[in-house]
Design a binder for this molecule. Structure first.
Ligand SMILES: [Zn+2]
Ligand SMILES: [Zn+2]
Length: 461
């Protein structure tokens, strides 16, 4: 005969809310202790736990020999009585007298089922994550191999370019060659890692870099981060021009030579199309100079005076004024002197007018730049050249842009033409070729160094 557990119900003599089953192997002492522990009256527990002995002993004896079920609160899934491990578990679900349902719970069977389902879900989720991780790793490996193959093919393809197309491309290529010379074998930096790109316009730079690659003068470096590449839907490999590192196709010296030859060809070309291209190069370089001056002014306002930068609404006006100054003959260094004076005057004006705040002072600076420029012109006083302070970053391609412009536009400048004794008033020299007169643009070099002497006269080194 199988021994039956002893069943106790509480409170005595009332509608029971708690049923306790005591294991048949419990001694009489254990049974007595279990009885006292679970003894519930209509007003709460008859004994405090500490009245029954050491808390630890009481709880372990109760746990070892008895199971208690709430009759007042049923399992929220199946309605069966809920098993409680101790008094406080009962209180949470049904209050101190176990008669006031306060929370829902699950019976042991439903709890087990619930736990099993949850574990199964977690296992599946873990398997899925594992699978996704493996797939991502495989995809990464494939991308890595494709990138390695592609960059190797690009690097090994022979360079066929004999000239450089585009103005921004010409300027950038010279800047890149100079950087490559300084950095030795290091790859050229990603556009996104540079403070203001090469020319101060990241979009223009990215376009020019891609164009140089298409012209076969630049290759994407194999050390570029993998995140800069992507496989397209059709399986094609794509790269983000602003995120990849670059390498010159030719070595830096050969690249500089190619830039110089291109400059020379442009400088000596005749016709409307070349003239328009030179005008566009001049505009590009003037824009770089102007942006450099504006950067200087904004740094001055924010760092020296603690004002905000020039308000957005007046940026165009400021840009136009500075372009006016530069195209009118002032150098960027002189414009820096003019904006320095303008900021100084605006700050002094703010000091005299208590109602002027820093934003008004920044705005007034724009008016002052115009006034200082007009004053300087009217009085014909020489304006000094200021160097921007060392902490100011100069656009990376500004130096290259100045050199390219000088090489391309120099031979067309009035002062050069009038100072030269070899060419006519339009800067042309005539040569006799096969008995016919052929006019070509003069480079105004000393007689001993004519271009057909095999020199590269546009000195970009
Ligand atoms: Zn249940
Ligand atoms: Zn000349």
């Amino acid at each position: 005969m199988v021994a039956e557990p002893t069943v106790l119900q509480f409170p005595h003599g009332e509608e029971p809310v708690l049923q306790v089953e005591v294991a048949p192997d419990a001694t009489a002492d254990d049974l007595a202790l279990v009885h006292r522990y679970w003894d519930l009256t209509a007003y709460g527990w008859r004994y405090k736990v500490r009245e029954l002995g050491s808390t630890l002993t009481v709880l372990s004896t109760v746990a070892a020999h008895s199971r208690a079920f709430l009759l007042s609160v049923g399992c929220s899934l199946c309605g069966e009585p809920i098993e409680i491990a101790n008094r406080s578990a009962g209180t949470v679900l049904a209050g101190p007298t176990l008669t006031e349902p306060r929370a829902t719970g699950l019976c042991s069977a439903c709890q087990e089922h619930h736990t099993a389902v949850k574990e199964q879900q977690q296992r599946l989720a873990a398997q899925q994550t594992e699978q996704e991780k493996r797939k991502a790793k495989e995809a990464e490996q494939e991308l890595r191999e494709r990138v390695a193959g592609w960059t190797t093919r690009e690097r090994e393809a022979p360079c066929v370019a004999r000239t450089v197309d585009g103005n921004a491309e010409l300027v950038l290529l010279l800047a890149l060659a100079e950087r490559a010379r300084a950095g030795r074998s290091k790859p050229l930096p990603a556009l996104s890692s540079m403070e203001s790109g090469w020319t101060g316009d990241v979009e223009r730079d990215a376009k020019a870099l891609s164009s140089l690659r298409e012209q076969g003068l630049l290759v994407v470096d194999a050390q570029s981060p993998l995140s800069a590449f992507q496989l397209g839907n059709e399986g094609g490999l794509m790269y983000v021009p602003a995120e990849v590192l670059w390498s010159l196709k030719l070595d830096p010296d050969a690249t500089v030579d190619l830039v110089a030859e291109t400059c020379l060809r442009r400088a000596t070309s005749i016709g409307q199309q070349p003239a328009a291209e030179i005008a566009s190069l001049s505009r590009l370089v003037t824009t770089l100079e102007a942006n450099h001056v504006i950067d200087y002014l904004n740094s001055l306002l924010t760092k020296k005076y603690g004002y905000p930068p020039v308000p957005e609404a007046r940026e165009v006006e400021l840009f136009d004024t500075i372009i006016d100054g530069i195209t009118g003959g002032y150098t960027a260094g002189q414009m820096i002197a003019i904006v320095w004076r303008a900021a100084d005057s605006a700050a002094a004006w703010k000091e005299r007018n208590a109602r002027m705040g820093p934003p008004e002072a920044s705005s007034a600076t724009v008016t002052m730049v115009r006034k200082k420029l007009d004053d300087a012109r009217e009085r014909r006083q020489p304006v000094p050249e200021y160097e921007p302070p060392r902490w100011m970053s100069v656009p990376a391609a500004l130096g290259a842009a100045r050199q390219v412009l000088e090489a391309v536009e120099g031979p067309r400048r009035r002062d050069r033409i009038s100072a030269c004794n070899q060419c006519d008033i339009n800067g042309f020299v005539s040569d006799e070729v096969d008995g016919r007169e052929v006019a070509s643009r003069c480079l105004h070099l000393p007689a001993a160094r004519r271009p057909d002497d095999d020199h590269v006269p546009a000195d970009l080194n």
